[in-house]
Design a protein around this ligand. Structure first.
Ligand SMILES: C[S@@+](CC[C@H](N)C(=O)[O-])C[C@H]1O[C@@H](n2cnc3c(N)ncnc32)[C@H](O)[C@@H]1O
Ligand code: SF4
Length: 408
């Protein structure tokens, strides 16, 4: 959740959704994202909507779960007033920020409030993001008791100088410890890695990948470092104190990731995500990518219900203030038209290994992409647009070609 909020129409104070959402929600699964906007320190590359203790303007972390519970109650009221049938949650994701900075009893409380209001499917994937140095065996036991099924661990790198370039505070050994604690408790673990940090060599990246693979998780995400405007990293690069990521090196790093992960039994299912089996794909992210419904709880969180998108006020103080007045924390909303929805489906769907149908796209564009080696020719004949390895490295070009020449 990057920190910039889009424009949109002002949301009424009671949070009422347009009358179209009831029909728009039919046939879609429902998920919940719970944003925990707190971090001990801010990593230099990160522009997520998160706050250190000194940036909180008097908001207390201790009362945060009570605010979340108010928004959960309000969401049920808003959905019922809009004639959206309540559906048990298909997935739940507690993300941040650093969710594990809160006592585990707070996470359990918020999850229970979701269970008591929406209901949760019996086999639902329930994930929490964790920074490696925040997890103890006792904490993980609390997650199990609360009903979490999966922990996504922010490893980022195994190499001390890379972690330090990213301002990460954990010791690399903390990741092994965290993952073995998660596995001993019977939960699934997923690993997040970043590549292309200033000063990171291909050999450093190989070391991180090998270390991540040795942890024996079923899921690994690897993200190219993005230099976000306004971050400490952007300032250091701007002043010449650090080097900007090199596109060619990042492409080599991606290829190395795919090679080592494939050899270790992982398969890519989205450009930045690999899993050992289909059961281990992130069901929550798939819900986003496949345009299902979700309610995002917490400051700055985005929601998508029945074709309408809306997003909350950004600062935790503004969020708490709205809820204290029994107002919706939603700031604005928009209902994208069919053209915008199609565009988004091409953008997101083409990044998936499952691809998108060729139908509706210019055969000339498809032939060009096959000739450039960016999509799989055999699969295109069978009616699917699926990226090749080169296509994954040049996904933006594929999307441009498809949309630029699109027939509709
Ligand atoms: C925002 S963090 C939240 C979870 C946890 N606080 C952590 O840092 O692991 C989620 C993931 O986003 C990714 N991320 C954040 N900022 C990024 C950036 N500028 N470039 C690439 N990946 C980024 C990192 O891999 C991180 O694990
Ligand atoms: S710990 Fe995670 S959310 Fe917090 S600043 Fe670092 S990357 Fe961002």
């Amino acid at each position: 959740m990057a920190s910039q909020l889009p424009d949109g129409l002002a949301m009424p104070l009671n949070g009422a959704l347009p009358s179209t959402v009831g029909v728009g929600a039919l046939g879609k699964t429902m998920s919940a994202y719970v944003h925990i906007p707190f971090c001990r320190v801010r990593c230099g590359y990160c522009d997520f909507n998160t706050y250190t203790a000194t940036e909180l303007r008097g908001v207390s972390r201790a009362s945060y779960v009570e605010e979340l519970k108010k928004e959960i109650a309000l969401s049920i009221d808003v959905l019922q007033r809009a004639d959206v049938s309540l559906r048990p949650l298909h997935t739940v994701f507690f993300g941040g920020g650093t969710p594990t900075l809160l006592p585990v009893s707070d996470l359990a409380d918020a999850l229970q409030a979701l269970r008591d209001s929406h209901g949760i499917e019996p086999e639902a994937e329930i994930t929490v993001e964790a920074n490696p140095d925040t997890l103890t065996a006792e904490y993980v036991d609390g997650l199990v008791r609360a009903g979490f099924t999966r922990v996504s661990v922010g490893m980022q790198s195994a190499v001390p100088h890379v972690l330090s370039a990213l301002d990460r505070t954990h010791n690399p050994a903390a990741v092994d410890q965290a993952v073995s604690t998660i596995h001993s408790a019977g939960l699934e673990a997923s690993i997040d890695l970043i590549y292309g940090a200033p000063g990171e060599s291909l050999a450093d990246w190989r070391r991180s990948l090998e270390q991540a693979i040795s942890l024996n998780t079923g899921h690994i995400s690897a993200y190219a470092l993005i230099v976000e405007d306004g971050t400490a990293l952007a300032r250091k690069i701007g002043s010449g104190a650090m080097d900007a990521p090199d596109d060619d090196l990042q492409a080599e790093m991606y290829e190395l990731a795919d090679e080592l992960l494939s050899k270790a039994g992982f398969q890519w299912y989205e450009i930045s995500n690999w899993a050992k089996s289909q059961q281990q794909h992130s069901q929550h992210n798939l819900a986003y990518w496949n345009n299902q419904d979700w309610w995002g709880y917490g400051p700055g969180a985005h929601s998508a219900i029945g074709g309408t998108r809306f997003w909350n006020v950004k600062h935790p103080a503004a969020y708490a203030g709205r809820l204290a007045e029994a107002h919706s924390p939603a700031l604005s909303y928009e209902t994208p038209d069919q053209q915008a929805v199609t565009l988004e489906q091409v953008l997101l769907g083409s990044r998936l290994a499952a691809g998108i149908p060729t139908q509706g796209h210019d055969p000339q564009a498809i032939s060009t992409l096959i000739a450039w080696g960016l999509i799989d020719g055999k699969r295109a004949i069978e009616g699917r647009i699926e990226l090749t390895l080169s296509g994954r490295l040049r996904a933006d070009e594929v999307v441009r070609e498809l949309l630029f020449r699109s027939q509709d």
